[in-house]
Design a protein around this ligand. Structure first.
Ligand SMILES: N=CN[C@@H](CCC(=O)O)C(=O)O
Ligand SMILES: [Zn+2]
Length: 402
């Protein structure tokens, strides 16, 4: 069934921003893009009333599968207690104690929240199991929701196991149990945390993951300067995430590489830390992504519009750069060329803004204007906010430039 989406006030297309545009979707793919006035006939039509349409956000870094609550840890941070990764053990205990159905329900609810804020593709990491059975269980459940699953057994060293023994487990039996459910392997490479992994340990983890056929991702430069970024580039990781603390050598290595630097501004917001300098990276030619890192410790927000607003306000990104990083950049970090842009042939995964222009993403922080468009064979609609419903597409907008 083909669908015509028309009266698009502003279309954030791969070849530039178009006004008064229309898009035809056929069989889940974008089949035609042009002026609304020239739109061909289709089996059904959706009038978006002058709203802006953008690619659905790609949230390329989340830890969405967990149980428990760490709001008290957040409150303590706001009065000066620094983050060091120690709270991961608290989430582990709650997660291990939750049944499969409880975890499924928690994850489904968080994904529903993400969709209601305009997110299409979501990456999900394990990392709150820290044993063979529990890590495999988390990935099995996450796989029910997304193909973008990441094995993060190397999140922290659990207290009951020695460091060397744990690295052996993560690179051996645990990897074998988890690899069938994972596309990626990740490691928290952070010499500034007693709980995380140093450069040599991270290298062992990533090398073993690569041998098992997994793509590489790295948590690097979150709490201080360290080897994570250089290691990611050297091993050809798809992405190195956080990049809050970067030496000039780190920036130069990223600039000459295919490794995407994924910035996670919700973490700096929620840990009251200095933001990464996105401008420095863009000016050096580094490819950037923006993602939420949604997790119970450093950022319990799955709002991509919020990340865009913070990146623009605090990190020197233009609204265009921030939206591109949250869509095309994040798609690149997942090595996906079918999502993250609006162009003929791409997956028809788009988000409608209750606004005349994408600039409102940063201009109206905290206002729920983004909704992923769902194109089911039976119906067309916008993802609903849990308990609140989607605003109907009845209001119309006139683009400010017209
Ligand atoms: N830093 C490592 N992992 C997460 C935080 C996990 C937690 O504190 O529960 C992050 O990306 O920030
Ligand atoms: Zn993370």
């Amino acid at each position: 069934m083909s669908t015509l989406i028309h009266d698009i006030g502003e279309l954030f297309a791969a070849d530039g921003i178009r006004q008064d545009a229309a898009v035809v979707v056929d069989d889940g793919r974008i089949a035609w893009i042009g002026d609304s006035a020239d739109a061909p006939a289709a089996d059904r039509a959706v009038d978006v009333g002058g709203r802006a349409v953008i690619p659905a956000f790609v949230d390329s870094h989340t830890h969405l599968i967990f149980a428990g609550d760490r709001s008290a840890e957040f409150a303590a941070r706001m009065t000066g207690t620094p983050y060091d990764g120690g709270g991961i053990a608290v989430t582990r205990a709650a997660t291990v104690g939750a049944s499969n159905d409880e975890l499924r329900a928690l994850l489904a609810g968080r994904i529903e929240e993400s969709r209601a804020q305009g997110t299409g593709t979501i990456e999900i990491k394990s990392g709150y199991g820290l044993s063979v059975e529990q890590e495999a269980r988390l990935l099995r459940i996450a796989r029910e929701f997304t193909d973008e699953t990441t094995y993060l057994g190397a999140h922290v060293v659990p207290p009951e196991t020695g460091r060397d023994e744990y690295v052996r487990l993560v690179t051996g039996e645990m990897l074998a149990a988890c690899a069938p459910y994972a596309k990626w392997i990740d490691v928290f490479c952070e010499p500034h945390s007693a709980h995380a992994f140093d450069g040599d340990e991270a290298r062992e983890v990533l090398t073993a993951g690569r041998v098992a056929g997994l793509g590489l991702r790295v948590h690097g430069g979150q709490l201080g300067y360290g080897p994570g970024v250089q290691l990611a580039v050297e091993l050809g990781a798809a992405s190195v995430d956080h990049c809050t603390y970067l030496s000039d050598e780190d920036v130069a290595a990223l600039a000459g590489s295919d490794t995407v630097a994924t910035l996670l501004p919700g973490v700096e917001f929620s840990t009251r830390s200095p933001y990464p300098d996105a401008r420095r990276l863009i000016d050096a030619g580094v490819q950037l992504a923006l993602a939420t890192d949604c997790n119970p410790g450093t950022c319990y927000s799955n709002s991509m519009p919020f990340m865009i607003a913070v990146a623009v306000r605090e990190m020197g990104m233009t609204p265009h750069e921030a939206l591109s990083a949250a869509t095309a950049g994040a798609a690149k970090s997942l090595q996906r060329n079918d999502i993250g842009t609006i162009a003929v042939g791409q997956a028809a995964d788009v988000t409608v803004l209750d606004a005349p222009t994408y600039l409102h993403l940063a201009y109206r922080p905290g206002v729920p204007i983004a909704r992923r468009l769902t194109l089911c064979s039976a119906s067309v609609g916008c993802a609903e906010s849990p308990g609140r419903g989607a605003p109907p597409l009845t209001r119309t907008f006139t683009h400010p430039k017209r």
